[in-house]
Design a protein. Sequence first.
Length: 406
Amino acid sequence: MTKTLKRRFIIFTMIAVTCLLIFIVLAINSLNWVMLERQSDTVLETLVDADGAFHKMDFDRPPPFSRPLDMDRMRASRFFIVRSDLSGNIVDVNIDQISAIDQETAKSYALKVLKTDAVSGRVDGYKFVVKQMGLGQLIFFMDTSEQSESFRMVLFVSTAIAVLCWIMLLIIVILLSGKVIRPVLIGMEKQKQFITNAGHEMKTPLAIIQSNNDTMALIHGENKYNVHIRNQTKRLNVLMSNLLTLAKLDEEIPLPTEAVNISEVANELLPVYMEDAQARNLRFHVHIEPDIVIQTNKDSFRQMLTILLDNALKYTPDDGYIRLSLARDGRHVLIIEENTCDPSLEPDSERLFERFYRGDAARTQRKESSGYGIGLSAARAICENFGGKMTAEYSSAESIRFTARF
């Protein structure tokens, strides 16, 4: 439990840190891209307004977080201009402000823009704006490669810093996780010790009560009070057994395992339950494949199967049915217990595995044989302790299915 809790704490913390760092990187680079786009748009608009001619200009106050424009920045911009007539023929090309473009390439870009009839946009890394000029039009192209390179640089640096911070935080979390979860572990350890000690201490009084009750029944005869005492002591014994099982599984002390023929274990348990089912007019269907062997603890497996069958008998209404199937499924072994039930008590079948949870919200005991809501939790814990997985689902409107996969 200590290692599991520590691992979960580290995973949860690092997931939160990862989400935060991703958000920060995305926010920084999104803001950076918006600023770069706004700056390039401002430069291009200024060039268009001046028809590409450099003369003394009055620059507006820049938007927040933007660099102010001046003549040096304007002259440093890389652009070319193509003039066309109304028929779309190229009349003139000005490539004085750029060396990476020749006359033919500039014409090809202009023809692409003229075919789209777009007023502004991008083409192969160049922003363009079309301006009507008398009987023709000017097409301004501005190189945005510097903008893209600046964006990529910020993206790389911010990502590298985020990764470095993630690694440093991972080391810090690993080193401090023990101290952080220590109070939780101490509380859990005290809880387990209390359950274990209380369970062992209650065994003797319960045995004495049961013995005295049986003696009184022999001397004075059986009556309803003897029956009630016997039923309640049996319920308490089952409760303490399940609590001790959970406490033992939480201690991370591996139980001894062996190759167990679970088909034989199931067949040994069935006669008693089939008799009880027959007495209540329940239909009991069984399908057990022979000689299914898995590596597990025999006593724990028997307890898990007993819990499932006990639960089925307790909550299956009269004239209902119980189905038990134990079969191979490729590399896995499936144990399926299905029975009639009342799903209106708890629509969420997963809640049935919560400790001390029962479907009736008022926690009233409809039957003397009803449980304490700890059995299914213990069954799932046993299943998971040996590498299995137990789930519950409503297979129909009036039946529930428990599946253990090993």
